[in-house]
Ligand binder design. Structure first.
Ligand code: ACM
Ligand code: ZN
Length: 728
């Protein structure tokens, strides 16, 4: 038996190593797709939702070489190979005409690329971040889009066969310095290339027009009050900056001084920090400001002053200054900034993004990298969905089996690849510290009583029927719930939350609570322990409201523990039938179309509420038809405009805003997000729209103005190599 197995494994392996030559992806079996190392497609390729390109990208997770030379394909669609880090070689179709935006974004093992003579268009950021490409050959005269070949750190030679320089955006080769890359062009055409936009940077330093920042065109979120002194001579910023905290505030603002220096160095280059010359930038605390996050900025001939009620306010002031310095976004920094005063404070307290390492694990370093990007827009919380039916991702020392047995699985729906990994407690403490430097709070979530199959797979005694169930490898809602009638459930949750409360200093702990009983699942109906509990609690209904009461009992016990023992504020996803909101808790309005009901419940229960209605805030949904994720469980689209149009107060009055409105949240459930870069792609630019919805006063907001300001930020993101959806 063993020998037989070895033999078949060897056969499979050799099948994987030799090139799979087929007309189309449909000719391969699922396991051939997931095993393929080398692929050659010769047919007419489809760019449809689940066509050949999507299948190559999402299903062939090991493929290193792709030969499309003979394929009948005139278009490589947008995002075709987005962030496929394993691809080393690709031969493009001989009949190719168009390469879509971000088609090879961050394919960072790709060695060399030849753009066939037939290609007419190369989209924005098409090869951005392909840092292993050393040789690029362009056979024809394609129009080359913005940042198409930006950030190609390993580029050594570019060979262009055309005597006439292809039309290239100024930013097409962003990052190339004179002499750093050899440009080989036909004899006699060098002069033309020296003068051509996009190409001249191979010979001489890129010349940019002088730019004075216009903060009305680049700030998101829009500040509460801003006045520009346009008549005063703008402050030239390309000089030394002397950054320090006001006497007495040095200790409290040490991090902000360091962050300010880093930010300025990134924008301006090496800044000299001497008190003798340059721009004085003073950071200080101002207790007279009326919100912990409030800040002011003053720019005049003497320099820059940023004041905050707290260090966090000062830090948001820095983030505002950073956006003022990026100006139109096409170069790292403007040349001058106008004299101005800004007075700013947020409309809502918590502006968070939720990521889901349970469905697709997010390595710690990637999680960290996500934080500074959030902080740019004053998003102040990162909510980690740490467990679900598909995995348990956080080390619990009392129950090491959770991560040993339930942090690794094979496959998610049609994507057959390993999904594995977990965070140690030490890593999470490190993340918390790192995030604090950016004033982003880490909020952990442990789901109950549903979305707990990973834990149940390890401890079947957590459920009513004590059946061994495997962790889930598909989307959707499981019938397996924690048993509220079983004392072990409380012992387990108590032990888990004890460690969670210790790891995460955040005041908030999210308890899930979604989709456990809506529609009611009958899971608890024929459990003797649940029936005994119902009897004890005097629950006599049998119309499934009994399930909600059982869930209420479970929640009451855990909430009491978290509040009384660990002094935490519990949060949960609001379900309409749950009705009750325990004192001090924060609920999340998330269900599409049911926000009014959630708001009514919050007001009735005098509770605080986070706004994250699916129709505005679900960033795992595609931003447009055909956008990633093209294949999903039937998600609607959430357009950028829909996100922007969120009024966190949902049209309610100031009283609601003061008493109940807590914040806004954007969700990034990761059933269909299979690379760290794709988290950014789903998040941005919608997270920027959400940030303004959560921060800025309604009267200071307009879609037309937002779109203009976003243009500057989008340029800056492209220049920095951050991926985002361009479907707006
Ligand atoms: C959720 O989307 N299930 C909260
Ligand atoms: Zn039960």
């Amino acid at each position: 038996m063993r020998r037989l197995f070895l033999l078949s494994a060897a056969t499979l392996l050799s099948a994987a190593m030799s090139a799979q030559t087929v007309a189309r992806m449909g000719n391969l079996k699922p396991e051939q797709k997931s095993m393929a190392i080398s692929l050659k497609l010769t047919g007419e390729l489809s760019t449809d939702r689940n066509g050949d390109y999507r299948q190559m990208r999402d299903l062939c997770f090991q493929v290193r070489t792709i030969d499309l030379g003979e394929a009948q394909s005139t278009e490589i669609p947008k995002n075709a190979f987005h962030s496929r880090h394993q691809i080393e070689n690709i031969t493009l179709p001989k009949v190719l005409k168009t390469i879509g935006t971000q088609a090879f974004f961050a394919c960072d093992k790709l060695q060399a690329i030849t753009i066939p003579a037939t290609v007419e268009n190369i989209g924005a950021a098409a090869f951005s971040g392909c840092k292993s490409i050393s040789q690029l050959t362009i056979e024809g005269t394609p129009t080359i889009g913005e940042y198409a070949f930006a950030r190609l750190a390993g580029l050594k030679t570019v060979t262009v066969l055309s005597k006439v320089p292809p039309k290239a955006a100024i930013t097409a080769f962003d990052g190339v310095e004179p002499g750093s890359v050899k440009l080989i062009v036909p004899k006699g055409s060098e002069k033309a290339y020296r003068k051509a936009a996009g190409w001249s940077r191979f010979y001489t330093a890129q010349k940019w027009a002088w730019e004075v920042s216009d903060p009305t065109q680049c700030l998101v979120p829009m500040p509460q009050e801003m006045s520009l002194m346009k008549r005063a001579k703008a402050l030239n910023v390309k000089t030394a900056w002397n950054v320090y905290a006001k006497q007495g505030d040095g200790e409290k603002l040490a991090n902000e001084v360091e962050q300010a220096r880093n930010m300025l160095s990134e924008r301006i280059g090496n800044i000299v920090n001497s008190r003798q010359r340059g721009i004085e930038m003073v950071l200080s605390l101002d207790p007279t400001l009326d919100d912990d996050e409030a800040y002011t900025i003053d720019v005049d001939a003497n320099g820059v002053s940023i004041k905050g009620k707290t260090a966090r306010g000062v830090f948001w002031g820095l983030m505002t200054l950073d956006q003022i310095l990026l100006g139109s976004g096409t170069k790292p920094c403007v040349d001058a900034i106008p004299h101005l005063t800004i007075k700013d404070a947020p409309r809502t307290h918590v502006r968070e993004l939720m990521v889901d390492p349970a469905r697709t694990f997010i390595p710690l370093e990637e999680l960290k990298a996500f934080i500074p990007e959030m902080a740019r827009y004053k998003l102040n919380a990162l909510h980690l969905h740490l467990v679900d039916d598909q995995a348990w991702r956080i080390e619990i020392k009392k129950y090491p089996q959770l991560t040993e047995q339930a942090s690794s699985r094979w496959g998610q729906d049609d994507i057959q690849m390993p999904y594995k990994g977990y965070y140690t407690q030490e890593q999470m403490r490190d993340l918390v510290k790192y995030a604090a430097r950016y004033h982003v709070e880490i909020v952990p979530e442990i789901e109950m009583p549903g979305h707990e199959v990973a834990a149940i797979s390890v401890f079947p005694e957590l459920t009513c029927h004590q059946r061994q169930v495997p962790i889930r490898t598909t989307c959707g809602v499981s019938n397996e719930l924690l048993c509220p009638g079983n004392e072990f459930t409380y012992e387990f949750l108590g032990n888990v939350f004890k460690e969670i409360a210790d790891i995460f200093p955040s005041k908030y702990i999210h308890l899930g609570g979604d989709e456990a009983g809506n529609p009611a699942l009958n899971c608890w109906t024929d459990c003797p322990k649940c029936q005994a509990l119902k009897k004890k609690l005097g629950i006599t209904t049998t119309d499934r409201s009994d399930n909600w009461q059982l869930q209420g009992y479970l929640f009451d016990r855990v909430i009491e523990l978290l509040r009384d023992t660990y002094h935490k504020t519990p949060m949960f996803w609001y379900e309409t039938d749950f009705k009750k909101i325990q004192p001090g808790c924060v609920t999340f309005a998330w269900r599409h179309g049911l926000t009014n009901k959630a708001l009514e419940a919050a007001v009735e229960n005098n509770a605080r509420i986070m706004l994250c209605p699916g129709e505005h805030c679900y960033f795992d949904y595609p931003m447009a038809n055909g956008d990633m994720p093209e294949v999903n469980w039937g998600m609607p689209t959430t357009t950028l405009k829909a996100t922007y149009s969120l009024d966190p107060a949902w049209g309610h009055d100031k009283k609601f805003e003061q008493n109940n409105l807590f914040g806004v949240a954007g969700t990034l459930w990761s059933e269909c997000i299979t690379s760290p870069e794709r988290i950014y792609y789903q998040a941005y630019p919608r997270a920027i729209a959400l940030a303004e919805a959560g921060w800025s006063q309604q009267e200071n907001r307009s879609w037309e103005s937002f779109i203009k300001r976003l243009g500057a930020l989008a340029n800056d993101m492209m220049r920095r190599g951050i991926t985002f959806s361009m479907e707006y």
